[in-house]
Design a protein. Structure first.
Length: 346
């Protein structure tokens, strides 16, 4: 996945070109020779540390799946996950722990943010040195420290008991019969700002005012939104992801998912914190999630796309439009929130 340097602008065509050009690779014993010479000692030290704390933004099902597989590979290490959804709770917790030197997170997982770029310049993160670095796309290791681990498309959803004429595109959410019965996410993270901005730029300036006139229910992210959809409290949802929808569908929820082409997408990144109390375990997890096995655990269920070509079950990133992470500055968010609140809550 191609990102410009911090001062540059994100180029979608470069993203797709790089992802399409990458060849699948298979780990061989010689890979160990390319890893840091101290890697066996890092693995042993990680096992002695015996635990790992991950702060994450991703939906719980994804982290549960990934950490379960990690612990299957390294049973000596017990993983604890804590979901810190918003930038305020997530980044502030990490910075407080660093400044006060208290025990806390070892790994941070978030949708790629300006915070990661800025903190990378301050040597906030541990540079990966494990064997997986040999085959990982260099353009997907941001700032040499922060790997992009998944590209996640955002989808529409509807309750098939309540919507008899299938929804096939975003503008179908403006149907008169859906007024008061549609939902979306409130502005709880940079990704949501980016999504609404993407809607304005792809659907036209008239879309959001018309959508606001539908009196949509705004929730704190996708989980409560799709739970309301499954329960029949809402007929349709404008903001969703495969992982949440699929888990509900597996339980019998009458939900149909629609992934548009192109679809808006975010990029999930993972970083090992330099001030971590368990730095070796953090380094080991970083290597795992960059490996083909870790990429398969994250992206192999047909819900997200890997930056490594040839991961079974991975979605096709060519159908997605990743967002420009550097566009949504704090100033942009302040101004956009004022406009959004006036439109949807005024």
């Amino acid at each position: 996945m191609q990102y410009q340097p911090p001062s540059g602008k994100f180029k979608r065509r470069q993203v797709l070109a790089s992802m399409g050009a990458l060849a699948a690779s298979v780990a061989v014993p010689s890979v160990w020779a390319q890893a840091d010479a101290s890697w066996p000692r890092i693995v042993d030290a990680a096992k002695k540390e015996g635990s790992l704390v991950i702060y994450h933004q991703a939906v719980p099902q994804v982290l549960e799946r990934v950490t379960k597989d990690f612990m299957a590979q390294y049973p000596e290490i017990k993983v604890e996950v804590r979901r810190l959804l918003t930038p305020v709770t997530h980044m502030q917790a990490i910075e407080t722990e660093k400044s006060t030197r208290i025990d806390g997170g070892d790994i941070t997982q978030y949708a790629n943010s300006i915070w990661h770029r800025d903190r990378a310049q301050e040597n906030f993160f541990i540079k990966p040195v494990g064997p997986a670095t040999a085959d990982y796309p260099k353009e997907s290791l941001l700032y040499g420290q922060v790997p992009v681990v998944a590209v996640m498309p955002f989808v529409l959803g509807y309750n098939t008991n309540l919507v008899k004429t299938p929804i096939t595109n975003i503008r179908d959410l403006l149907r008169p019969e859906l007024k008061g019965k549609v939902g979306s996410s409130d502005l709880v993270a940079e990704t949501v700002y980016a999504y609404y901005d993407w809607l304005e730029r792809t659907q036209g300036a008239d879309f959001l005012p018309q959508f606001a006139a539908q009196n949509p229910k705004l929730t704190a992210g996708v989980v409560p939104l799709f739970q309301a959809l499954a329960a029949g409290e809402l007929a349709a949802a404008a903001w969703g992801i495969h992982a949440i929808a699929n888990s509900l569908i597996a339980q019998g929820a009458p939900i149909k998912v629609v992934q548009t082409n192109p679809s808006f997408a975010s990029a999930d990144v993972v970083a090992a914190l330099a001030h971590a109390k368990r730095p070796n375990a953090a380094q080991l997890f970083l290597d795992y999630i960059m490996s083909r096995r870790g990429q398969g655990a994250w992206n192999g269920t047909g819900e997200t796309a890997s930056v490594i070509v040839g991961i079974p079950g991975s979605l096709d990133a060519k159908t997605m439009q990743p967002w420009d992470v550097f566009r949504y500055t704090p100033e942009f968010q302040r101004n956009y929130k004022a406009k959004f609140d006036k439109m949807f809550k005024g």
